[in-house]
Design a protein around this ligand. Structure first.
Ligand code: UD1
Length: 419
């Protein structure tokens, strides 16, 4: 797939797109297949993305058979699996660490080289490790890898997370599904992706209560069984297109979404002056005259998602007045700002707070994506800017957006991939 895109900006987007399955829901649900023995997991609405291929490669490496066609994935899991994960795959994608909990719960041991992923600040996995330790696993760090082991089954317990980490909540939910007894996760993440994972684990035979609230109760089982599940619609993809519609002074409808999952974003779009229409599973965002600046702070769900902060900031660059964007989930998730400035945006940063002073126009130039959502934000900025924008390092974007070029073109975007 090409790594550069040329965008001729200044044309309002208009039309409707169908939303893909959620990348961040599909990754943990795929990892949950590891809990099975001689059984299979079938999943509908799996997006065809680089990150999904990386997780499929990981599962194949461990010994499963993965087939993937027309967004339907079947993972056949044999009795025996490998428990050591390859560094190339883990470094390629941070979410590879989601295999740690299920591997140690089902194989009694696991080796995980410390993960890589998006360049958005230091992203340790200490909460995952602390939780697994509380369940009775021994954890050692050797030569840059985590070695986890368990004498017999993990033990159900109460784990209070220091922060409602999405990945830690998911890893521990999966591990607890094969533990002896009941596990409570307190201060759990409440994202819709957590609810999706709980629903699939339930279909596999794990009784789970409270997913989507701060306390999740998981009753561990000796073994789980084959299941057929479904991935929820991708709220971050949907948000990206809605913001692109408003930033380009147009109107975009996303179809097949759970509108409630977008509440925090829709409230901010409205506050900035966009008009929002919700009809069943469709949401339309429409530019209704110049945007005004708004302030926001990212926080765990149901707060404003950090994964739409760069895209929303792109829209705010052209709003009148001042916006204050406080990034409270990740350190250094402002790598897009230097690229925004190359196009004429006025932004001052102090620590995790960015003050955006709206300008009346942006001008296209060559910019580089530093991570997945920063890349999406630069595409939005290119669509809203005058002249031609060349967005480079698009490999980050292919990790998370299915058919982006054809979806954007169907909305009237004037863009093409260049070699
Ligand atoms: C997931 C999403 C990612 C999103 C993030 C926050 C997937 C595959 N990725 O990432 O797109 O941006 O949620 O909504 O679902 N932390 C620690 N120690 C830990 C774990 C996390 O300090 O053990 C910190 C992180 O550095 C970060 C914060 O907690 O500052 C939130 O991270 P977390 O919720 O775990 O994000 P991920 O699960 O990695």
């Amino acid at each position: 797939m090409e790594d550069k895109m040329l965008i001729r900006g200044g044309k309002p987007l208009s039309g409707a797109i169908d939303v893909q399955g959620a990348k961040n829901a599909a990754l943990p649900v795929m990892a949950a297949s590891i809990l099975l023995k001689g059984q299979s997991l079938t999943l509908e609405r799996v997006p065809n993305l680089h990150d999904i291929q990386t997780m499929a490669e990981m599962l194949r490496y461990l010994g499963t058979q993965v087939s993937f066609k027309n967004n339907c994935m079947t993972i056949d899991v044999p009795e025996k699996l490998k428990w050591e994960t390859p560094a190339e795959l883990v470094r390629k994608m941070r979410a590879s660490s989601l295999v740690l909990g299920p591997l140690v719960a089902r194989c009694g041991r696991a080796v995980l080289p410390l993960p890589g992923g998006c360049a958005i600040g230091s992203r340790p996995i200490d909460f995952h490790l602390k939780g697994l330790t509380k369940m009775g696993a021994s954890i050692e760090l050797e030569h840059g890898s985590v070695h986890a082991s368990s004498q017999g089954r993990l033990k159900g317990t109460t784990i209070e997370l220091d922060f409602p980490s999405v990945g830690a909540t998911e890893n521990l939910m999966m591990a607890a599904s094969l533990a002896e007894g009941v596990t409570y996760i307190e201060n759990a993440a409440q994202e819709p992706e957590i609810v999706n994972l709980a629903n699939v684990l339930r279909l596999m035979g794990t009784p789970i209560k409270g997913a989507g609230t701060a306390t999740i109760k998981i009753t561990g089982q000796e073994s789980l069984h084959s299941a057929q599940g479904e991935i929820i619609p991708d709220r971050i993809e949907a948000s990206t297109y809605l913001i692109a519609g408003v930033a380009s002074k147009g109107q975009v409808t996303v179809r097949g979404i759970e509108p409630e999952d977008l509440n925090a974003l829709l409230a901010k779009l409205e506050e900035a002056g966009a008009s929002i229409d919700i009809f069943n599973n469709e949401v339309t965002a429409k530019w209704a005259g110049d945007l005004n600046g708004v302030s926001l702070k990212t926080s765990p769900h149901p707060g404003f998602p950090t994964d739409t902060q760069p895209q929303f900031m792109a829209a705010l660059c052209l709003a009148s007045g001042t916006s204050v964007v406080n990034e409270s989930v990740f350190d250094s998730r402002f790598l897009h700002i230097n690229e925004f400035k190359k196009m004429g945006a006025k932004i001052d940063v102090q620590d995790n707070v960015a003050v955006v002073t709206g300008v009346s126009k942006l001008t296209g130039t060559e910019v580089h994506a530093s991570d997945l959502r920063a890349g999406a934000a630069l595409i939005i900025l290119g669509l809203a800017a005058e002249g031609e924008t060349l967005v480079c390092d698009l490999h980050h974007v292919w990790r998370g957006y299915e058919d982006l070029v054809s979806k954007m073109r169907s909305l009237g975007a004037d863009l093409e991939l260049v070699p």
